[in-house]
Design a protein around this ligand. Structure first.
Ligand SMILES: [Zn+2]
Length: 196
C-alpha cells in the first residue's frame, strides 16, 4: 500500500494526534505499548547509521534512507494487503458474498547505530530519545494499518458480489488519506518530536 515516509526533523508523538476511532481489537495505546515485532504480520528491519559523534550521526541520518519515490526518511512503515472472497448465487438469482480472507504484511524500517562503542553517553542518551519517539511515530502508522485491515473482512462480507473490489479500493484510499493526514499533523507537532 505504498510508502509512508517520515521526513527528518518533523514529526511528533502520536498520542494527541489520533482521535479515539479505535476498532475493538486495536487501540493506539495497545499498539504503542507493544513490541513492534510482536504485532501480527509486522516485520522490523534496521539500517545502520555510522558515526560516533553527534554531527556525524546526524549527517548519516540525513543522507540515510530513501523510499521508492526518493523521499528521505528516518523511519518507514510499508504495508501490503491481499484479499480473497467467495460468492454464491442463490436460486432466486441473488449473488451474495459468503466468505472473505484478508492477508497483510507490514514492514517497519528503523535506524540503528552501526556501533555504540566509543560514543559519549550523552550522545547515546540523545539517540535513545530520538529513536523512541521515531518508533512511537511509526507505531501510529502501524496502528492505522491494523485498524483498517481488521475491519476489511467485514467490509468485504457486506459488499455486493460485483462491488467487492470497489469497496476495498475505497477503504485503501481512505487509509492512504488518513496516513497522509497523520504525517501532516505530525509536522505540526514538531515540538514533541525528540530531534537528534
Ligand atoms: Zn510518518
Amino acid at each position: 500500500m505504498g510508502n509512508r515516509g517520515l521526513r527528518l526533523w518533523a514529526a511528533a508523538s502520536v498520542a494527541v494526534l489520533i482521535p479515539a476511532a479505535a476498532s475493538a481489537q486495536w487501540t493506539l495505546a495497545k499498539v504503542a505499548a507493544a513490541d513492534l515485532a510482536a504485532l501480527p504480520n509486522v516485520t522490523v528491519v534496521y539500517y545502520d547509521v555510522p558515526g560516533k559523534t553527534e554531527i556525524l550521526i546526524r549527517r548519516a541520518l540525513q543522507e540515510g534512507q530513501r523510499d521508492s519515490s526518493g523521499v528521505r526518511y528516518a523511519g518507514l512503515t510499508e504495508s501490503e494487503v491481499s484479499y480473497k472472497y467467495q460468492t454464491q448465487t442463490e436460486p432466486n438469482g441473488v449473488c451474495r458474498v459468503t466468505g472473505a480472507q484478508v492477508d497483510y504484511r507490514i514492514k517497519v524500517t528503523l535506524p540503528r547505530l552501526a556501533e555504540t562503542k566509543g560514543i559519549r553517553p550523552a550522545v547515546l542518551a540523545r539517540w535513545q530519545g530520538f529513536y523512541e519517539s521515531l518508533v512511537l511515530h511509526e507505531k501510529g502508522h502501524v496502528f492505522l494499518n491494523l485498524e483498517k485491515y481488521d475491519r476489511l473482512q467485514a467490509i468485504i462480507m457486506k459488499a455486493s458480489c460485483d462491488g467487492v473490489d470497489t469497496a476495498v479500493n475505497a477503504e485503501m484510499e481512505a487509509l492512504e488519506k488518513v496516513q497522509a493526514e497523520f504525517d501532516l499533523l505530525s509536522d505540526h507537532g514538531a515540538k514533541q518530536w525528540v530531534m537528534f
